[in-house]
Design a protein around this ligand. Structure first.
Ligand code: ATP
Length: 736
């Protein structure tokens, strides 16, 4: 790879489009002071991406644009193109030549191009660095810069060596990775802040949603229970309607029968009027007598029942008291009081039994025998000592209690018998009287025909009762119908028509729990307490949750990207250290060799110290000394020795040396030229020089002149075609 040509236009003193074609080997650029030789060097430095205007000997960026001369107006823009042949493929581009262009307009518009395509400065720098070229590297060594390697501090020197050892591309990658890492960390920080801001809101919303979910479960339970309840209720009402309808049918039949019976009796009565007066009269009389007899029995039995109930009540009370007293005996030791109590009790029992005896249910003899028995027991108790009495008290007490129980059983039996008596609702005397009057009004109805009338009365009563029952049933049916309609309305409102028709078709499940109204009320209360779900809250929760999840996923990606970058940085760092170490080792050895060669002896060494890189020199025959104590020429030679060492180690595709040999005497200049040719067989050299020895060692000679005042121009001479005398003349001509 080599520089094929440099095109300059509008750059510093090169107002017009100027091309410098270059060959391999050494090209010497010569010319009088101020003719524009260094402008060529500046142009190369600039096009390779130099950012420091100071390095280009200007103050403002636009200082590099041709600012006009006596004959030419200022240029509107500066443009420099350096064309490399890329046959070796050192630039990773599929073209045989690579043209790098930089432009700057007066209004400050700057651009870079590679093969006429716009590129970013960073991309260009990376591409050049990969090929071992760079504005800041030793590629372009200007006047005075050569001893920077020597005069620089160890730290600054270390930086120069970063270029020299070719770790610059790695450094650029590292810087890029560092920049990316910072950007990634910044991004992560922003996302984490957003996540932190979202979290409290998400928590609040999640709590709300949880309540909604609970509500949903309760709602489900409520729905199931409500459907079950409705279903049971509906079928119950339906059953009630069916039962009532059946009852009504039964009652209708009864009414029909009662009516027909009544009509038969009426007919009988009417037919009997006049011709069967006697029979009717007899029936009425019998009815009256039956009525009276029934009334009497009824009254007696009612009285007996009341009496018996009273007695039963009293006996039960006494039994309770006796029982309490018995308990008191077992828990307290009050025998004497107790004896008194028992005596009283027994006396009362005796009276009671006598009373019972008066009742028709028991005979007097039985009662008296019982009373005697109790009396006897009482006497025995009185004659017994207190202790014995206490001991036997319980036994004694159980006896009357057993008697009472027996009597109670008898009374119960009596009561049952009373209850089993037929209804005492015989035709009332008023009714019999009314019937009799009716017959009398129809004429010649004898009073003795009351039996038929009584039957009629009874029939009418039955008919009336049946009709009343029918009325009551009708009312109940109506109520059931209302209930059913109301229930169906409720079902439709709450559960819809589908649910209603399902309930109507299917009976409720026999098994399982049938919810009560209270349970339903409780569930409804819980639902009301939890409130209706807010669709806006649900929507917001969905959005916030999605955002949160996205951000969380993003942060995970970013963290993993950051880890990758850190890993890459680690790898780059290791690579850099390794490469630096290896190259530094080579440069150090080459420097010592070059120094000895240029100085014709002595020694020089490069040392890696904590602060950077240090140099120790010992010119031949002299003691080791600090670099600052060297003469100007010695310093220049040391610098050139270092430059040669770097060139040897790095083997860059090309270098530009701007009067680096200015401080050398003829002998040293010759040694340097010799060394340059020897060491730079792989590097294209562009050397700006006033030195004859350097000119003599060049392959191509370019002259720079200002034939037009303030405007530089170049012409070339191939040295291989001319003699040394011609060359001297040529140089003299150019100088003039
Ligand atoms: P020396 O041998 O003394 O180092 P040189 O040949 O290297 O001289 P340069 O340093 O290149 O000369 O200077 C060339 C001339 O270019 C100078 O006279 C300078 O004034 C001129 N110059 C610099 N910038 C501009 C510009 N923007 N427009 C026009 N001329 C400029």
């Amino acid at each position: 790879m080599r520089v094929a040509s440099i095109d300059i236009q509008g750059f510093k003193s090169f107002a017009k489009k100027t091309r410098i074609d270059l060959t391999e080997g050494i090209t010497a650029v010569i010319g009088p002071n101020g003719s524009g030789k260094s402008c060529v060097v500046d142009a190369v430095r600039w096009v390779l991406g130099e950012q420091s205007i100071k390095q280009l000997r200007g103050k403002a960026n636009t200082d590099i644009i041709f600012h006009g001369s006596e004959v030419l107006p200022p240029a509107r823009r500066a443009e420099v193109t350096i064309t490399f042949d890329n046959e070796s493929g050192r630039f990773p581009l599929p073209s045989a030549t690579v043209a790098v262009t930089r432009r700057l307009t007066r209004d400050g518009e700057s651009s870079y191009q590679v093969n006429r395509e716009d590129v970013r400065l960073l991309d260009l720098q990376q591409m050049l660095a990969q090929a071992g070229i760079g504005a800041k590297t030793f590629t372009v060594i200007s006047q005075g810069m050569v001893d920077r390697y020597i005069t620089a501090s160890p730290a600054e020197r270390k930086e120069l060596f970063d270029d020299a050892t070719g770790i610059k591309p790695l450094q650029l990658k590292l810087m890029e990775a560092h920049r990316k890492l910072k950007k990634t960390q910044q991004h992560a920080l922003e996302i984490e802040t957003t996540i932190r801001e979202l979290e409290p809101r998400l928590k609040v919303l999640a709590r709300q949603i949880k309540r909604y979910e609970q509500r949903e479960k309760i709602q489900e339970a409520f729905t199931v229970s409500q459907v079950q309840w409705f279903s049971h209720a509906w079928h119950n009402v339906r059953q009630r309607l069916t039962d009532l309808t059946a009852q009504q049918a039964e009652v209708s039949r009864t009414i029909k029968q009662a009516r027909s019976h009544r009509e038969t009796l009426e007919k009988k009565l009417i037919t009997g009027t006049g011709t069967h007066n006697h029979g009717l009269h007899a029936e009425l009389t019998t009815a009256n007598q039956e009525l009276a007899a029934a009334q009497k029995i009824y009254n007696e039995r009612t009285h007996a029942r009341v009496q018996l109930e009273k007695l039963i009540q009293e006996a039960q009370l006494q039994l309770q008291r006796a029982d309490k007293a018995l308990q008191a005996v077992t828990t307290r030791s009050q025998p004497l009081d107790w004896v008194g109590n028992v005596t009283q009790l027994l006396e009362r029992c005796q009276k009671l039994l006598l009373k019972i005896a008066k009742n028709p249910a028991t005979t007097t003899t039985e009662a008296e025998a019982m009373a005697d028995q109790i009396q006897e027991s009482l006497q025995t108790l009185k004659n017994t000592s207190a202790d014995t009495l206490i001991r036997s008290a319980a036994d004694e007490l159980t006896r009357p209690a057993a008697e009472l129980a027996r009597i109670e059983a008898i009374l119960e039996e009596r009561k049952r018998q009373l209850d089993a008596l037929p209804p005492l609702e015989a035709p009332s005397s008023a009714q019999v009287e009314k019937l009799t009057k009716q017959l009398a009004n129809q004429g010649a109805v004898p009073l003795s025909e009351d039996s038929l009338a009584s039957q009629l009365s009874s029939a009418r009563q039955n008919e009336l009762a049946a009709e009343r029952a029918d009325g009551a049933l009708e009312a109940a049916l109506e109520q059931a119908r209302i209930d059913l309609a109301q229930l169906e309305n409720d079902i439709l409102r709450e559960r819809g028509s589908q649910a209603l028709s399902t309930m109507q078709q299917k009976p409720p499940a026999e098994s399982g729990h049938t919810p009560s109204e209270e349970e339903l009320r409780q569930l409804a209360g819980k639902l009301a307490a939890l409130g209706e779900p807010d669709p806006l809250v649900i929507k917001e929760y969905g959005e916030v949750e999605e955002r949160y999840e996205n951000l969380t996923a993003q942060i995970a990606d970013i963290r993993s990207a950051a880890t990758n970058i850190v890993d890459l940085m680690g790898t780059l760092h290791t690579q850099m250290q390794k490469q630096f170490g290896e190259k530094f080792h080579v440069i150090r050895a080459a420097f010592t060799r070059a120094f000895v060669e240029l100085f014709g002896g002595g020694n020089a060494e490069l040392m890696l110290i904590e602060e950077g890189i240090d140099i120790s020199v010992t010119p031949p025959g002299k003691r080791s000394r600090h670099i600052g104590l060297l003469s100007g020429g010695e310093r220049a030679l040391t610098s050139l020795a270092l430059l040669m060492a770097i060139l040897e180690a790095q083997s860059p595709p090309f270098i530009v040396l701007d009067e680096v040999d200015a401080a050398l005497d003829e002998a040293n200049s010759q040694r340097f030229s010799h060394l340059l040719r020897e060491r730079c067989h792989n590097t294209q050299c562009i050397v700006v020089t006033h030195n004859r020895e350097a000119m003599a060692s060049a392959d191509v000679l370019y002259g720079v002149t200002m034939q037009q005042k303030g405007v530089s121009s170049v012409y070339s001479v191939k040295l291989a075609d001319i003699t040394e005398t011609d060359m001297g003349q040529a140089h003299q001509e150019i100088s003039i």
